[in-house]
Write a protein that binds this ligand. Structure first.
Ligand SMILES: [Zn+2]
Length: 169
């Protein structure tokens, strides 16, 4: 499964989040959990805890935090896969990413978010069309289908033109 699907399963099966465990062990994240409904304990998100923070309260811009500041909660459960396999797969994922980047460079990678659900937009190319074209589509809808979000969609060339015009303006 991809991370979106995993997030969904963790929520459905009410698996406590790492920050909830840290709160019960050390009292950290009290501002998140104290006086909040139990459902907070299972609110897994696709982003990993404390990897990002906002620049200021006025801005929604996210910045990546140094790895040393990420929250890690270890030994919360039996390992599903052993460490060796885990790291080998991580390497494979990295090399796969590099490959796709070489083939096409969608310049908005990581920047395009769905206006309705806030998830990232998935980049894809319609090769079935006589003239293949690329587009971004809501990845939340793509993962979970009808009733979750909508099939929000924008062609790459349309978005490119709109951003270019805005910059020139
Ligand atoms: Zn969406």
């Amino acid at each position: 499964y991809g991370s979106a699907k995993i997030t969904k399963v963790l929520r459905e099966e009410k698996v406590p989040t790492a920050s909830w465990l840290n709160f019960t062990r050390y009292g950290t994240f009290a501002h998140i959990f104290e006086g909040k409904p139990d459902s907070k304990r299972y609110e897994w998100t696709i982003s990993v805890h404390n990897r990002q923070s906002t620049v200021s309260f006025k801005s929604k811009k996210k910045v990546r935090k140094p790895e040393s500041e990420w929250f890690r909660v270890e030994n919360t459960h039996e390992p599903i896969i052993d460490k060796e396999v885990f790291y080998r797969v991580q390497e494979q994922i990295k090399s796969r990413r590099r490959q796709t980047k070489e083939k096409a460079t969608p310049i908005f990678a990581g920047l395009v978010k769905c206006a309705d659900c806030g998830w990232s937009m998935r980049f894809a190319t319609n090769k079935a069309n006589k003239t293949p074209y690329s587009y971004y589509a809501c990845s939340y809808y793509g993962q979970f289908g009808k009733g979750t979000c909508s099939m929000h969609y924008i062609r790459y060339d349309v978005l490119y033109q709109a951003v270019l015009e805005r910059l020139q303006y």
